[in-house]
Design a protein around this ligand. Structure first.
Ligand code: FE
Length: 222
């Protein structure tokens, strides 16, 4: 079809208007997405939105704690060994209980390759338990992306769950993190974490068992 110059200009004007309209729609979606993302961040209580330890209580408390700096984390860890309880097993019993990889990390202070852990990018809401004894150690609320290649937390689940020990191996001066209940090696803690604690608990995925809130709830209903 042949267009006169006027028809062509009119058609171009319509096309240009259409393009502007699409851009505004897209921009609108972007704004909505960012709002949604930031809301999800609050809902999931991930990253740096959480508060100081201890971390325990009910879901109802959790909604109230979103703005309260001093509120406790409220993900219920279910039926767990009490703080201060101990589990001592022989090396043979540990070998039987753990896989080779778990044994290497938990009982021989091994370290998994950065970026290789299956819990590194886990963003589900729940609790990270000791893979050796089942004690609750960390909550999803305190998990954040440290870009180090290991799951990182800025706080423990509650006081008394994790023990610390000076570690001068490999020519470095570090602080080792162990499960207080069974003395298994978890990783290390550093002072370069985010607010509110400034701590970075750098933990091996293999040292942790994760359970989502749904899994914990359905287990406690059984
Ligand atoms: Fe343990």
């Amino acid at each position: 079809m042949n267009m006169t110059p006027i028809t062509a200009i009119t058609a171009l004007a319509f096309l240009a208007l259409g393009a502007v309209a699409c851009q505004s729609d897209t921009a609108g979606e972007r704004v909505d997405d960012s709002v949604r993302t930031s809301q999800q961040g609050l809902d999931n209580e991930e990253g740096e939105q959480g508060q100081m330890e201890p971390i325990s209580g009910s879901d109802e408390d959790q909604s109230q704690s979103k703005t309260g700096e001093e509120s406790a984390d409220t993900i219920d860890a279910g039926d767990v060994p009490p703080v201060g309880s101990e589990l001592e097993l022989s090396e043979g019993e540990w070998r039987e209980r753990l896989t080779d990889k778990e044994y290497r990390i938990l009982r021989e202070k091994g370290t998994e390759r950065p970026g290789s852990g299956e819990l590194l990018d886990n963003k589900r809401k729940g609790i990270y338990y000791c893979a050796a004894c089942g004690a609750p150690l960390f909550s999803s609320r305190a998990k954040y992306d440290s870009s180090t290649g290991w799951p990182s937390f800025y706080a423990t689940y509650e006081p008394g769950r994790v023990a610390k020990k000076s570690d001068r191996s490999m020519g470095m001066e570090r602080t080792e993190v162990l499960c207080d209940r069974c003395d298994s090696h978890l990783g290390h803690v550093f002072d370069d974490g985010p607010e509110p604690t400034g701590k970075r608990y750098c933990i091996n995925s293999k040292a942790l068992d994760f359970k989502s809130v749904e899994e914990i709830t359905s287990e406690s209903e059984e």
